[in-house]
Design a protein around this ligand. Structure first.
Ligand code: CDP
Length: 364
């Protein structure tokens, strides 16, 4: 595990696989920026086409001259709140989505100088907060260390139909065949270029969304992001408002409840890791507590919001140790741990299941 993961949700995939809609919706749901790197290649192609330049016949000097006289920026559109591409002070918007610009973008994207010229701009966009970045090489070249990687695709028929609907065109068989051929040609070019070809990063989640609607696709991605957050931080956080029933005659949380809070956190931890405790039991495992320790530092009261955090501190053979801390308004109230023995249905000790090992190691 490393702290140098880029806080980027990388969504790569072939043309018209639904990337843009998925990436934009995801960013809206998470209230984070969305960057469409395809628009950068499109903007460069748009500029060249407007100046009547033939992209395929540009020499190395032409490219250098072109790039040195081009200013490309990602600016926020005040109305939509989304990033938009500005090239030499102009925002081409919808003009970036014509057929010649699509073909031109794919051609210009094969030129290594262009790709390295864009690399710094794209990398400079990552920071403390998460961003969604969409393209062809985000998880492989721009951010090989991105925390979250997805490779989104769909069948050629579905993609052609989506592209036609997106452009408001009629879905007759002839047009559909032409659009499918255009998409296939671009994919071919994107996959076979030498620099940063379109391919799935080995650690990306492959997601064919031919049979999924937008909500279902977003759901899969959000669950994966959450799971990855937990696996990487190994630190589950649970917020809990103290009810009246948890307090004693002295008006503070009764000491034994802290062990219940530890258990609540364990439940959340497992659900977030993709296998609830109940499912684990169904798979034949149980984790009885064989040791519990809690050190009390300060009291909690009715209606306080507790922040319960924890991690799997040890997962060796049959023994699992889970550490827990309880804070309120930044102050540590209690800390401790539970030790569990992993047993099977017959009550015999067995090695801890994969979910727990994953939580321990941070590997998905
Ligand atoms: O919207 P669509 O998927 O059709 O394409 P796009 O994402 O707007 O990208 C346009 C073209 O730019 C693609 O065909 C790729 O050739 C190129 N591109 C790239 O090479 N690398 C990226 N990170 C993004 C786009």
């Amino acid at each position: 595990m490393s702290d140098s993961y880029a806080n980027v949700i990388a969504i790569d995939g072939p043309a018209a696989s639904g990337k843009s809609t998925v990436a934009r919706t995801l960013a809206e749901r998470l209230h984070i920026p969305y960057i469409n790197t395809g628009a950068m290649y499109r903007a460069l192609a748009w500029k060249l086409i407007n100046s009547s330049r033939e992209i395929t016949s540009l020499s190395s000097e032409d490219i250098s001259a072109f790039l040195s006289t081009t200013k490309l920026a990602c600016v926020v559109n005040k109305e939509s709140g989304l990033f938009e591409i500005e090239i030499d002070g102009v925002r081409p918007g919808g003009q970036l989505h014509t057929d010649p610009v699509s073909a031109g973008a794919s051609a210009i994207a094969t030129i290594p100088e262009v790709r390295s010229w864009l690399l710094d701009t794209q990398r400079s966009m990552a920071g403390e907060t998460k961003i969604v970045m969409e393209g062809r090489d985000i998880g492989t070249c721009i951010f090989p260390n991105a925390k979250y990687k997805f490779f989104l695709t769909a069948s050629p028929e579905v993609r052609a139909e989506r592209r036609l609907k997106q452009n408001g065109g009629a879905v007759d068989p002839e047009t559909l065949a032409r659009v499918a051929a255009d998409i296939a040609a671009r994919d071919e070019q994107d996959r076979n270029r030498t620099t940063a070809p379109l391919k799935q990063a080995p650690d990306a989640l492959f997601l064919d969304n031919s049979e999924l609607d937008l909500e279902q696709t977003i759901d899969v991605i959000l669950k994966q992001v959450k799971k990855r957050d937990i696996l990487l931080s190994r630190n589950t956080v649970l917020k809990y408002r103290v009810p009246y029933a948890d307090t004693d005659q002295m008006g503070v949380v009764y000491y034994a409840n802290y062990l219940k809070y530890f258990e609540m956190l364990r439940t959340e931890m497992m659900i977030a890791a993709g296998e609830s405790y109940q499912q684990m039991e169904e798979h034949g495992y149980a984790l009885p507590v064989i040791e519990a320790v809690c050190r009390y530092k300060a009291s909690a009261h009715f209606e306080d919001v507790l922040e319960i955090t924890g991690r799997i501190a040890e997962c060796k053979g049959v023994r699992v140790k889970i550490e827990c801390e309880i804070h309120c308004r930044g102050k540590l109230l209690a800390e401790g741990y539970t030790v569990h023995a992993c047993i099977n249905r017959e009550g015999r000790p067995v090695r801890a299941p994969q979910t727990l090992i994953q939580l321990m190691t941070g590997e998905v």
